[in-house]
Design a protein around this ligand. Structure first.
Ligand code: 13P
Length: 252
């Protein structure tokens, strides 16, 4: 069964006290009003995970990281391994966010290695893909997304792939206030699901969760989530505001 998920990507926001306050308050609300079989993941800064994780006990609520290293352990000063993330109780890790691709030069090969490492350590991967504006304008957005998925994700055997969630995040929609229209989101999500079908078959395609990310907020979440191939959202800015985020969860 395909899971419906809202994940908040806090990015590099919230000090520990602020993070604890926000997560605790979301947890409390989700105990009062459980998200009814849906999942909510808070992808906090890595340094918060071991404190925030144990505070959460609402049904379907867990923590995730925003990145991990591609090596198992060793002399990689300043880096955080997938095993360390897993040991905090986190369920998931975001891999391949466009900010990591563009600011930190993460390429398909590195992302494939990070994905393998995360899965090896029992984390679920929220794998991001999406085109920049110039690529959409040149009408090569489908090719870009196909390449991103083929190189880093479709190299996995089926039993590993099924522990991955795909997040389509058109880069031109991230933090800009410009959201993909519901039709643009559905078109790409349908395409992504058809790629999964080609590679892994019908059942896997139907079971794969595909999230939309990019200026998704309480006011547009319902119309995005109403599409048959949009299974939830990966939320940036709006995940930092309690009411906004909870209303997005409600919209799901
Ligand atoms: P915004 O919701 O702030 O546009 O960010 C989306 C995103 O990058 C989530 O990973």
């Amino acid at each position: 069964m395909r899971k419906k998920i809202v994940a908040g990507n806090w990015k590099m926001n919230m000090d520990l006290g602020e993070g604890v306050a926000l997560a605790t308050s979301i947890n409390k609300q989700l105990i009062t009003e459980p998200p009814d079989g849906k999942e909510v993941i808070l992808c906090t800064p890595a340094i918060h995970l071991s404190i925030v994780g144990p505070l959460l006990n609402a049904p379907g609520l867990s923590t995730g990281a925003q990145n991990c290293n591609d090596h198992r352990s060793g002399a990689y000063t300043g880096e955080i391994s997938a095993a360390m993330i897993k040991s905090t109780g986190a369920s998931s890790v975001i891999i391949g966010h466009s900010e990591r691709r563009s600011y930190y030069g993460e390429d398909d090969e590195l992302l494939a290695a990070k994905t393998a490492e995360a899965l090896y350590n029992g984390l679920r991967v929220i794998f991001c893909c999406g085109e920049v504006l110039a690529e959409r304008e040149k009408n090569i957005h489908f090719d870009v997304v196909r390449r991103q998925l083929s190189k880093a994700l479709f190299v996995l055997p089926r039993e590993d792939f099924i522990r991955c969630i795909i997040a389509y995040e058109p880069v031109w929609a991230i933090g800009t206030g410009v959201t993909a229209s519901p039709a643009q989101a559905q078109e790409m999500h349908f395409f992504i699901r058809s790629l999964v079908r080609e590679k892994y078959g019908d059942e896997t395609a139907e079971d794969t969760t595909i999230l939309y990310g990019g200026s998704c907020k309480a006011s547009n979440a319902a119309e995005l989530f109403a599409n048959p191939d949009v299974d939830g959202g990966l939320i940036g800015g709006a995940s930092l505001v309690r009411e906004e985020f909870l209303n997005i969860v409600k919209a799901l």
